[in-house]
Write a protein that binds this ligand. Structure first.
Ligand code: NAD
Length: 425
């Protein structure tokens, strides 16, 4: 029997909002902004907490809590995922919403940042129960979402089906079909080709660029990937396709390792059948925490925030970390990793492929004109690599690391938009 490791057991106790605020404060100081502008950038524009009464299949009633935080709209409608997790908190959602603002600005997609969450472990509920929760949450937040207001997308514990229910609920209430209300929806209801793999494709584009930057050829590189969900599984597969030897992966139940390289396609089949990477015949089980310390060229945390912290950062042996997850590295860990010469490619750059293709999906939906898979893939790659080059150049121009360079670029763009628009009244 497999044991579920709680996220809290594997991540630091740190509040991700502290890290997000500290990153902003450092950028504000470098950019020389005053207190008023700092506060404006630090404060969410709108936050909503809703109760979600759920009728369970057995007739009992449970009340869940839902959040939607819209951090900033200066550059366009708010945009961000919806997370289903029993531990989700308002501070976590606030941090994730702020990071979305910087991500959209860094990639120059015309959105602000938002994030949502519901306190639910989706594995413990039936499909019908999840549908009722999703529809009720959508109804509760309806006044503040819309294709020109705030556009949700999948995140941890949610998927294309969740987005289809959200779109249907919103559309039925409006009286007409509104494909632009969510992204990451199924292609059959206006989703974009290439959206489901976009985040992991983007992670791999920057991973290969970072390996090249470090003078490591993909065919000689080894990698470990934490998390085997929407981001982690695709990342492992596309890395393997590029010739990188993926020697270890993990999920919330534990980790597996095969020094000769994992057969990712067979592992995905095993995952589909059992719901976990544990028990895969082609590998040995290892403790989940050990994955982060393996001697690999590339480490991709693609699970939850705060997994690289003060207590384990000094044990990291990887040369490069590419943050598939949002906020996997705490501020304290960042300093330790920088001191040890580890190249950290920050989340707001590394995992931006999802929001880029979400933007493409929204554009296609609004125009009712769909692109080919090849067009989507080519535009995604071009944007990811342009952003990588830009962050690298900014880093060397300013003499700062990649996270600082990315945050400075993004914060400056959001502040510029805000200052140009001015304050009303
Ligand atoms: P998911 O729910 O599809 O997968 C999460 C995976 O992480 C699962 O395999 C789960 O078992 C594993 N996991 C959870 N806790 C773990 C732990 N403590 N140790 C090891 N593994 C653990 O979620 P996802 O969409 O793949 O999101 C993963 C991360 O990527 C999140 O930080 C999310 O915010 C970020 N992200 C997702 C997208 C997207 O398009 N889905 C885009 C950008 C960023």
């Amino acid at each position: 029997m497999t044991t579920v490791l709680s996220d809290a057991a594997l991540s630091s106790a740190a509040n991700p909002l502290d890290d997000a605020q500290a990153q902003l404060a450092a950028a504000v100081q470098t950019l020389g902004y005053g207190e008023g502008l700092h506060r404006l950038l630090a404060s969410p524009r709108r936050e909503i907490t809703v109760s979600i009464p759920l009728r369970r299949d057995d007739g009992s009633v449970e009340v869940l809590t839902g959040y939607r935080v819209q951090h900033n709209f200066s550059r366009g409608p708010a945009k961000g995922g919806l997370r289903y997790s029993p531990d989700v908190s308002l501070d976590e959602v606030r941090a994730l919403a702020m990071w979305m603002t910087w991500k959209c600005a860094l990639l120059d997609v015309p959105y602000g940042g938002a994030k949502g969450g519901i306190t639910i472990d989706p594995r413990k509920y039936s499909k019908q129960e999840l549908e009722r929760v999703t529809r009720r949450y959508t109804s509760e937040i309806m006044p503040v979402i819309g294709p020109e207001k705030d556009i949700p997308a999948p995140d941890i514990g949610t998927d294309e089906q969740t987005m289809a229910w959200m779109m249907d609920t919103y559309s039925v209430n409006m009286g007409y079909t509104v494909p632009g209300i969510v992204t990451g929806k199924p292609v059959s209801v206006g989703g974009s080709l290439g959206r489901s793999s976009a985040t992991s494709q983007g992670v791999v584009h920057v991973s290969l660029a970072a390996l090249a930057h470090a003078g490591i050829s993909p065919s000689k590189a080894t990698a470990a990937v934490q998390g085997f969900g929407k981001v982690g599984a695709g990342t492992a597969r596309f890395l393997a396709d590029a010739g990188v030897k993926v020697i270890a992966v993990s999920d919330q139940y534990g980790a597996i390792q095969a020094d000769s390289g994992l057969d990712i396609v067979a592992l995905e089949r095993h995952m589909g059948e059992t719901g976990t990477v544990i028990g895969f015949a082609g590998a040995e089980p290892i403790p989940g925490a050990n994955l982060l310390e393996l001697e690999v060229d590339l480490l991709v945390p693609a699970a939850v925030e705060g997994v690289l912290h003060e207590g384990n950062a000094h044990k990291v042996s990887a040369k490069i970390i590419v943050e598939g997850a949002n906020g996997p590295t705490t501020g304290a860990a960042d300093r330790i990793l920088a001191g040890n010469g580890v190249l950290v490619v920050p989340d707001i750059l590394a995992n931006a492929g999802g929001v880029i293709v979400s933007y493409f999906e929204w554009v296609q939906g609004n125009q009712a004109y769909w692109w080919t898979a090849a067009e989507v893939a080519q535009r995604l790659k071009a944007r990811m690599l342009a952003a990588w080059d830009n962050v690298l150049q900014e880093g060397s121009r300013r003499g700062v690391n990649l996270r600082e360079a990315a945050t400075l670029t993004a914060v400056e763009r959001v502040a510029d938009a805000h200052l140009t628009r001015g304050l009303y009244p």
